[in-house]
Design a protein around this ligand. Structure first.
Ligand code: FNR
Length: 383
């Protein structure tokens, strides 16, 4: 077993083990991928201030997210098709998060269904909802999330229409994959993945297939999904969903101070400053760069989480120091999952926790709550 020292190590193993189609699905952004790249580049542009001769004992990365205790302020972001990266991937990721003591978010577009994850983990998780046009489906899935005891609804607002990812179109992305010649040649070298997949019955979108009217197989699912993202989404519809749900509500995909103000006035329990990991509006500003403006606008009104571009504990620290109360990671844990299943997700989390802890100490801080701008050198254009 190779020594894993950082998230990049997991990414390398993930790439070797996983069919190209699913690796590319993760490791891509929309169109020219300029926002996908800016997300990580902008984290690197923020520098940390070193402090010495400060007592480092008694450090803790513990915090809260929407009122619940967390081992570190990092939640697993919703990621579609996680069960194609590793068999029953959603269950493995949820279990790793539960053992670590942080929230897991199940995507609407998951392979394992809400019920599969609830039954396997017997632990509350967050459920992410895309607003679909099919009202019957929308109401039913909210009910299913309630019945499964989901502890928060993460409503994603930045996908009313799909940003195009060139690689997915070229690869003919589908779940399960269509067995074309290039796919079969690729699978010949990734045979361990194939065997693992054959051992699970869950190979298509469990929240949708068999639940939406007329969607009984993958082909009908694809055309249904393409028509379902709601281009007419507005704050009235969001209010209706809030009323149907009645529990904690997190609004994800806010990357503009004015939208943040509306979301805060609306009474969300938290917002996630995010550009969907660079997968939607290509050319959008990185979320870490937008964060100071958004914190200034609503930081005292609503809990702010941030995602898009986090690949290390140092990145988590930078987001917290810029005013986020919590963070989410997407690709960083998917690399771990694809590399080594549940153990890989646990490894990714442990890597990030250690990096956060040690970086905090070298910045002269003992608690995540004490982090602030005094720990950073921030490029002028971020402010
Ligand atoms: C996502 N993301 C996402 N978001 C969401 O609300 N529902 C979803 O189904 C998905 N699916 C999805 C698939 C893949 C492969 C990726 C990489 C991302 C976005 C995700 O929740 C999160 O916003 C980003 O992943 C954050 O960026 P990083 O951490 O991946 O850089």
């Amino acid at each position: 077993m190779p020594v894993i020292t950082c998230i990049e190590d997991l990414k390398r193993i993930y790439r070797r083990r996983t069919p190209r189609m699913f690796y590319d699905y993760t490791e891509s952004g929309s169109y020219t991928e300029s926002t996908f790249r800016a997300n990580t580049d902008d984290f690197a542009r923020i520098r940390l201030r070193q402090k010495v001769a400060v007592d480092m004992t008694g450090r803790s990365t513990e915090s809260t997210m929407i009122g619940g205790r967390v081992a570190m302020p990092v939640a697993l972001a919703p990621v579609g098709m996680t069960g194609m990266q590793s068999a029953d991937g959603e269950i493995k990721a949820a279990n790793a998060a539960r053992k670590f003591g942080i929230p897991y978010t199940l995507s609407t577009m998951s392979i394992c269904s809400i019920e599969d994850v609830a039954e396997a983990t017997r632990h509350p998780f967050w459920f992410q909802l895309y607003v679909m046009r099919d009202q019957e489906f929308l109401e039913a899935i909210i009910e299913r999330a309630k019945r499964a005891n989901c502890s928060a609804l993460v409503l994603t607002l930045d996908l009313q229409i799909l940003g195009q990812r060139h690689k997915d179109l070229k690869n003919g992305l589908s779940a399960p994959p269509k067995l074309t010649l290039p796919v079969m040649l690729d699978l010949a070298t990734k045979w361990r993945w194939g065997i693992e997949m054959l051992q699970t019955r869950r190979r298509s979108f469990g929240n949708i297939v068999g639940h939406a009217k007329g969607v009984g197989d993958t082909r009908s699912l694809m055309s249904w999904t393409a028509e379902q993202f709601d281009p007419q989404l507005d704050w009235d519809k969001i209010a209706r969903i809030r009323d149907l749900w009645g529990g904690k509500l997190i609004l994800k995909g806010i990357n503009d101070p004015e939208d943040a103000r509306i979301a805060a006035d609306f009474g969300a329990d938290a917002i996630v400053v995010s550009n969907h990991g660079g997968r939607q509006l290509d050319g959008a500003v990185s979320s870490i760069r937008m964060l100071p403006e958004i914190v200034k606008a609503v930081g005292d009104q609503v809990e702010i989480h941030l995602d898009s571009g986090i690949r290390s504990g140092q990145d988590v620290l930078k987001a917290l120091a810029l005013g986020a109360h919590g963070t989410m990671i997407g690709r960083a844990y998917i690399y771990g999952l694809g590399a080594m299943g549940e153990e890989g997700v646990s490894t990714a989390l442990e890597v990030i926790r250690k990096e956060l802890d040690i970086t905090m100490a070298l910045c002269g801080e003992r608690n995540v709550a004490d982090l602030g701008r005094h720990n950073l050198l921030i490029p002028r254009e971020f402010l």
